[in-house]
Ligand binder design. Structure first.
Ligand SMILES: O=C(O)CCC(=O)C(=O)O
Length: 387
């Protein structure tokens, strides 16, 4: 046996320990508990009777050595792949990437993937453990260490990415951290249950919108398509826009600027996507059958529209099928799924895109979010603008 290759990777079990285990496998160890003997595979027990303990040890180490050598090659390739992907993104490699790439970050931990031959030497307890260890060649992914807590942040659940849907139109996937989603829901609930809170807008002909609505900053009247200081139906003043909402919008815009500067060749990032600090927000709650027709947002002040200041939209809860397009014809619209934690931004050249929510996808909200907040089935949307 070539022990140097083997020693580079992990400390081998001592021959004595192997001998001890081999005796257990052969069923002749006086200390062996009866239930352990039941786990010995009969075929291997017979085979092992025909050779010495030392030969048995060699039979075990040989395949193990090959597997370890394969594991190192496989891990190196995966690490290179991970580094390449990351260098394209100009970001540093994370623990998560290393795990996804199939390589544990802690090289101190020696992980052994037992070969089939080793199974015969395992105690009952070890066999149970082995069942949970992924085999390196059946999957490229190595499990993360066990987390004793449930995922508490959106980063734990999903990876944050960004999509450019058009000029000045960016979708920040899973951007809002879990705890901020929780805070947004609880703030919207608090405001929504007070004066100027959620109601279901209707038209003079009796038709009702397919969503509940609350305005912040200024009231938006869907029937007259105009902003005002007070709501027509109950004269309530809309609640003020909470500072934490404004900060999150500004953060998302700053982040988008950085992404545009790094990844897109634009002469002036401020032209591509002008920055703004919102002063109005429409909070929509879509039940499972909620929707909003294909429309343009063009009722803010002329200054805001001329500057093509962006619309920033947060999605929380169930996912939505969002349609958007340059033309009024909904049949020519593109579709994108907006999930909990997503931030959609459209400003600059995309400020006047047509858009709408075709459908809510039921039961797609993260269960932990529902458990934590008690949010009803449906989707919460906050759409921010500069009036
Ligand atoms: O819910 C959405 O994502 C869109 C809302 C919207 O278009 C609006 O409030 O004008």
């Amino acid at each position: 046996m070539n022990s140097s290759t083997y020693d580079e990777v992990f400390t081998p079990l001592s021959v004595n320990k192997f001998k001890h285990r081999a005796r257990i496998a052969l069923g002749n160890c006086p200390k062996q508990k009866p239930e352990m003997a039941q786990n010995v595979i009969p075929l291997q027990r017979e085979a092992s009777l025909t050779c010495s303990v030392e030969e048995l040890v060699d039979q075990i180490i040989g395949p193990l050595q090959r597997e370890v050598a394969n594991l190192i090659t496989c891990s190196k390739l995966k690490l290179e792949e991970a580094l390449n992907i990351r260098s394209h993104r100009e970001a540093s490699i994370s623990t998560c990437d290393l795990y996804n790439a199939g390589l544990a970050t802690s090289f101190k931990k020696k992980q052994v993937y037992p070969s089939k031959n080793l199974k015969v030497l395992q105690t009952h307890h070890e066999q149970q453990e082995t069942k949970r260890i992924p085999k390196p060649f059946s999957s490229t992914k190595i499990d993360k260490p066990f987390d004793i807590c449930s995922p508490q942040t959106s980063e734990d659940l999903v990876e944050e990415t960004a999509l450019v849907l058009g000029p000045g139109m960016i979708l920040l996937k899973h951007y809002i951290p879990f705890l901020e989603q929780v805070n947004i829901i609880s703030k919207c609930r608090e405001l929504g249950c007070g004066p100027g809170g959620f109601y279901r807008p209707g038209y003079n002909d009796g038709a009702k919108l397919h969503r509940y609505m609350m305005c912040l900053g200024l009231d938006w009247n869907p029937q007259t398509k105009s902003y005002g200081e007070r709501r027509c139906h109950d004269n309530a003043a809309p609640p003020l826009l909470p500072n934490e909402f404004i900060s999150l919008v500004c953060r998302a815009l700053d982040h988008s600027h950085t992404l545009i500067e790094r990844n897109l060749k634009v002469d002036n990032v401020n032209d591509a996507l002008p920055k703004m600090s919102p002063d109005v927000c429409i909070v929509n709650f879509y039940p499972s059958n909620g929707r909003v027709g294909f429309h343009q947002d063009r009722y803010e002040t002329q200054e805001s529209l001329d500057k093509r200041l962006p619309v920033v939209s947060f999605s929380i809860g169930d996912s939505a099928e969002f349609l958007y397009g340059e033309q009024r014809d909904v049949n020519k619209a593109k579709s994108v799924l907006l999930e909990s934690g997503d931030v959609l931004i459209f400003g600059g050249e995309s400020r006047h895109i047509y858009h709408g929510v075709k459908a809510i996808v039921p039961d797609t909200a993260p269960p932990v979010l529902l458990e934590k907040t008690g949010l009803k089935p449906g989707r919460l949307n906050l759409t921010f603008r500069k009036y």
